[in-house]
Design a protein around this ligand. Structure first.
Ligand code: TYD
Ligand code: MG
Length: 457
């Protein structure tokens, strides 16, 4: 066993990367024996923070600035980021394998419009630790992207990346994925949390110091556990994530954003030409039908961030097979479905207590707004009675336990969205043009029966 003297050198655990000035027989961080090795500098090199020492300034003397943003050229991505990616910021981009992260970032790299950095540089570096240059080239060809501006580096070694960063001095850096990047300075085992943190910190330091934008791709497992990448969330400025909705629709959301809201939803469709922005989300969330609507379907305008679109709520009720009835609904909280069914039963005498209830939302969007209560009530009532909702009708309103329909936020925008898509009859708790005023759940039922194309006895 080698006992080392202390001095200007450091000792680092080769398993977890823990470092300290003295040699130890057992690592206090990971418990490994005999794992300490002598190195020249501590794990936290602190080199990114070299230069002028920081000095406090009076807040009143600071000029407000919105910062310089880089448009990725992909509208949905720019909106979710808060109006493009902020310079000197790091974005963690999570999603399960195969969902389209590499595709989106290659498209972003090709379409990004880079305001020149302070030093005039505007190059783009795409680092892949997972794929070969040939694979990336064939993806770029498939996407018909203009790859002229993109410098490609296929490596998993942090040292290679650092070298390329200094040589190329890019304004936009993509690391695909951070889980594949390795530095011997952070231990000999690849893929540890310590590797992840160490490599991410080095890269983040570089972009902060050099006025660039960094995207770190992180694979997240199917059950949504991001145990590894989660530890990076506090180190980055923005965390965005891709979710699957149906086969080819992808939702992009921000979970943390120092430079924008986290309410915006980006919607894409995966096509054979890559990810395409969905211009009119209602087109994927409502089904156009030639004939009368089947029973159990009602449409509502909903807000996601600053955007309103129409969604179709579908309900089905069947006699319960056992004495315990159940609600199957994963796009609208089951408790909300049960509550609306209970209100319909108590305030309008429509029996649900012996029924199993199934609720779905076309397109797979998850609805949390209480403004969809009235549409949900209409879908449930229609499903239970077989009376179809009349054509071109949409519903807006929250429902109280007493069965009253309450006003909701941004009513005017919702009405406008519904009208623009040809929903000329709008059931809402307000008297306005093109609205049928619905004060309570009985009004809604009355309207459904009166306007129904085919009346049931
Ligand atoms: P990819 O971007 O490699 O996913 P990730 O980086 O998140 O693992 O996307 C992989 C899937 O996307 C793959 O199954 C093929 C599909 N795809 C298309 O459908 N169209 C395309 O134009 C491209 C490039 C990929
Ligand atoms: Mg990939």
């Amino acid at each position: 066993m080698k006992q080392k003297k202390t001095g200007s050198t450091f000792f680092r655990c080769s398993v977890c990367g823990y470092s300290q000035p003295r040699w130890l027989g057992r690592c206090p961080a990971c418990g490994e024996w005999n794992s300490f090795e002598e190195t020249a500098e501590p794990a936290d090199t602190g080199k990114a923070f070299s230069g002028e020492p920081a000095r406090a300034v009076p807040l009143s003397a600071v000029e407000a600035g919105s910062g310089i943003r880089m448009a990725t050229g992909i509208r949905e991505l720019d909106v979710v980021l808060g109006g493009g990616a902020m310079r000197r910021s790091a974005v963690l981009f999570g999603g399960e394998p195969g969902i389209g992260k590499s595709t989106l970032l290659l498209q972003a790299a090709a379409s990004a419009s880079m305001p020149d950095k302070k030093d005039g540089a505007s190059r783009i570096l795409y680092v892949s630790g997972e794929e070969s240059p040939g694979q990336i080239k064939s993806r770029a060809e498939r996407l018909s992207t203009d790859s002229g501006k993109i410098e490609l580096l296929c490596t998993y070694l942090l040292a290679d990346i650092n070298k390329a960063l200094d040589e190329i001095n890019p304004a936009f850096v993509i690391i695909d994925s951070i889980q594949t990047i390795f530095s011997p300075q952070a231990g000999t085992v690849p893929g540890t949390i310590n590797q992840l943190k160490f490599c991410a910190q080095e890269l983040i330091s570089w972009v902060k110091e050099r006025d660039a934008v960094l995207f770190l791709v992180a694979h997240v497992t199917k059950d949504g556990s991001i145990a590894g990448p989660k530890t990076l969330e506090h180190m980055v400025d923005t965390v965005i994530s891709f979710e699957r909705s149906g086969d080819d629709v992808r939702f992009l959301r921000a979970y943390k954003n120092r430079f924008g809201s986290v309410d915006e939803l980006g919607i894409f469709q995966m096509t054979e030409k890559g990810l395409v922005t969905v211009e009119d989300p209602s087109s994927i969330f409502i089904t156009r039908r030639e004939d009368r609507l089947p029973p159990g379907i009602a449409v509502a305008p909903v807000f996601e961030g600053s955007r309103v679109f129409l969604v179709e709520i579908q309900a089905l009720t069947v006699s319960a097979k056992s004495s315990v009835t159940r609600v199957f609904s994963d796009k609208i909280e089951s408790a909300r479905v049960s509550r609306i069914a209970a209100v319909l039963e108590k305030r309008a005498g429509v029996q649900f207590s012996d029924q199993d209830i199934y609720v779905n939302v076309a397109g797979g969007v998850r609805l949390t707004e209480s403004a969809v209560d009235l549409a949900l009530a209409a879908a449930l009532y229609s499903a239970r009675t077989d009376i179809s909702v009349p054509e071109a009708t949409s519903f807006i309103g929250e429902i109280s336990l007493a069965g009253e329909v309450r006003p909701v936020s941004k009513l005017k925008q919702r009405i406008k969205a519904a009208e623009s898509l040809g929903f000329s009859r709008i059931a809402a708790p307000e008297k306005a043009e093109s609205c049928i005023e619905i004060k309570n759940i009985k009004d809604m039922i009355k309207m459904l029966i009166e306007k129904a194309d085919i009346k049931h006895g």
